[in-house]
Design a protein around this ligand. Sequence first.
Ligand SMILES: [Mn+2]
Length: 320
Amino acid sequence: METRRINPEEAAARLLEADNILILTHKNPDGDAIGSGIAIALALQQKGKHCRVCWTGELAGFYSLITECYQPDEIGEPDFVLAVDLANPRLLPEDTIGYSDRVDMVIDHHATSVEFARETLLESAASCCAEIIFKVINAMGCSVTTDIANCIYVGLSTDTGCFRYSNTTADNHLLAAQLVSLGVNIAKFNELIFGQKSRARIEIERRALSGMEFTSSGKICIITITRSMLEETNCIESDIEGIATIPKAIEGVEAGITLREQENGNWKISLRTASLDAAEICSLFGGGGHIRAAGCECSGTPFEIKVAMVAAINKRLGLS
Ligand SMILES: [Mn+2]
């Protein structure tokens, strides 16, 4: 679909023309997806709009910090469909995939974003969608309440790994400072999001670590998470958010690969890299993402997938 590129002011003006707004995001939503969706919904509700944010699955405990402050409206048939943090309509959850071809606007920050909405606000230099949402909320003339600031902070802090990832910018720190002055209790948020792990998470990590594999002189590390491991540990999807950072966190590892078995038998691959272009490697397998963090979904056995991924990475490491 031919899309029109818009800026935050145009996005704000368009949203203010709508009344019943359905807000979609990707499946297995992360902090940026949920934070962006609820932040824009709260702002639009201030303007008298009716909004419903759709997400699927159970969320980790810390999300209640922001989900509790939002009351979804009954909107019936929406007159406007907004997608946030969504690079590709194929990433919509099952129950909203029917909206794939009728998204009015997408607000996103993925460099690999495909054109699927009538209008697109894409800032691929932004480290999170929430920072673009913040601009749109200001352009709508909404007051940034502490609840909204909390949502923006959840998106900003999770997508930057608490301001540690290479995507973190000076503007991100300036935005964080602004959010603190708007009332975000960063000590509390950081402790709940980054300082604590659920018991189920620790149990799945224990299993993932015991099956960890190294190859290419220790430059590639692989962990595998099967459905049965999830069942044994009672992990919900959000318990394993960010688990892909584990293999890459090991000294000397250039590429960390995480394989996660999906319900349909496919494998979701997350690739984290120290210096290679992760999005380019994942694009070979039909996926995409960011330069140091990308993913794809593959069919086949874990062995076949690992062989193919390792071969592609070795080539780029000059090891083959
Ligand atoms: Mn994001």
